[in-house]
Design a protein around this ligand. Structure first.
Ligand SMILES: [Zn+2]
Ligand SMILES: [Zn+2]
Length: 375
């Protein structure tokens, strides 16, 4: 039945950012697509990631209204004619986007994609078009803009998941959890008994704590200013917790290990903590940073810095691995999640900023996408 040249247009509901730092407003928008290589996904749930909040707070108003969200999960509703790996009705998790054509993508390293920034932060397709243009809004954030009832993704950022798992559970695997677990499992690969400090135990840090425990690392030292997060870190595998400013980080680490640590994840992005993280390193130790900036290659004494993008993960390989670990009970990431209805998106963001919610996940149910069908 599909007519190859036909591009359909539908009405969706999406949370729109119109002014820097302002509340997101759920509006009806017109979305065209899917194009031949795209997949239309009806979003069931979306995690809220630190990057969404940072974008809301730093967005330049002059760049125009946008739809954020990049931890979507949902059901495939329609596929373009070039799409072969998923079909209508499949359950999928959405992750970061890559081009599939550059040298890094062809080598199987989408996290190094040459177009990574354009595809994930460009708010448009690579050809400059935009599926939400009819409404004067821009989407395609991380190849998804999942704060919406519908997203357009491609085979490159979709991961098929078993229908037996709730979509609202697996949604946050697409970014923060993959980043934290992947940093430990794909990049640092600490040997059993290696010491590791994790500065900032939000979603990324807690996923790293669970992965460090799986690797048999120890001591595993969680550092955070919030007591509730440190408590959870200890329940998930941290052997020690340090809470600045009441406790001085360097002296506490020394008391625990007798020296420094072999690995540090500096997740807060604060320059003074990066300096401290480097000082904490044992000779030949590694510090992982997440700010998007290049890590200093050599830090003296054989120590090194690595800059992490999405935990060095190939989503189609790594997310199924995390789901399998969750099934065995070894990776209980569900304990990070707090659920909100889509209309509560601004409260969810506020709760995340205040540290009340570690991983807010929005449920889109009850929003039909077509306002005519809503009361
Ligand atoms: Zn690429
Ligand atoms: Zn993210």
């Amino acid at each position: 039945m599909a007519v190859r040249s036909e591009i359909s247009v539908r009405t969706i509901r999406a949370a729109v950012l119109r002014r820097r730092g302002a509340p997101l407003r759920i509006e009806s928008l017109l979305m065209e697509g899917p194009r031949p290589d795209e997949v239309l996904v009806r979003i069931a749930a979306s995690g809220i990631c630190h990057t969404d909040i940072a974008m809301r707070d730093e967005w330049e108003d002059a760049d125009g209204p946008v739809v954020l969200g990049h931890e979507g999960a949902g059901v495939v509703e329609q596929v373009g004619w070039k799409v072969g790996s998923v079909k209508r009705g499949d359950h999928v998790v959405l992750s970061y986007q890559s081009c599939g054509r550059c040298a890094a993508c062809r080598r199987g390293r989408p996290m190094d994609c040459r177009r990574l920034s354009d595809l994930n932060f460009g708010f448009q397709r690579l050809d400059g078009s935009n599926a939400l243009a009819r409404s004067g809004v821009r989407g395609h954030f991380f190849g998804q803009s999942s704060f919406a009832t519908h997203s357009l993704a491609t085979e490159r950022n979709l991961v098929k998941v078993p229908k037996s798992l709730p979509l609202e559970l697996v949604a946050p695997l697409g970014c923060g959890i993959q980043t934290g677990a992947g940093t430990v499992m794909n990049v640092l690969k600490p040997p059993a008994g290696a010491s590791i400090a994790i500065i900032g135990v939000g979603t990324v840090g807690l996923a790293a704590v669970m992965a460090a425990r799986l690797a048999g690392a120890g001591p595993i030292i969680g550092v955070d200013i919030r007591a509730n997060r440190l408590k959870l870190a200890k329940e998930l595998g941290a052997t020690h917790a340090i809470r600045p400013p009441r406790q001085e980080i360097a002296s506490c680490v020394k008391a625990i290990t007798g020296g420094g640590v072999d690995y540090v994840l500096e997740i807060t992005g604060r320059p003074e903590l990066l300096r401290l993280a480097i000082d904490l390193l044992n000779p030949r130790g590694t510090v992982a940073i997440f700010s998007g900036e290049r890590a200093p290659d050599s830090l003296g004494g054989g120590r090194r810095g690595v800059s992490i993008v999405e935990g060095d993960s190939v989503p189609q390989q790594f997310i199924p691995k995390l789901i399998a670990l969750h099934r065995t009970g070894c990776f209980p990431f569900d304990r990070l999640i707090r659920y909100y209805e889509f209309r509560q998106i601004n409260r969810a963001i506020a709760d995340a900023k205040r540290g009340v919610a570690i991983k807010p996940v929005l449920r889109m149910r009850g929003l039909k996408g077509d306002p005519a069908r809503e009361t």
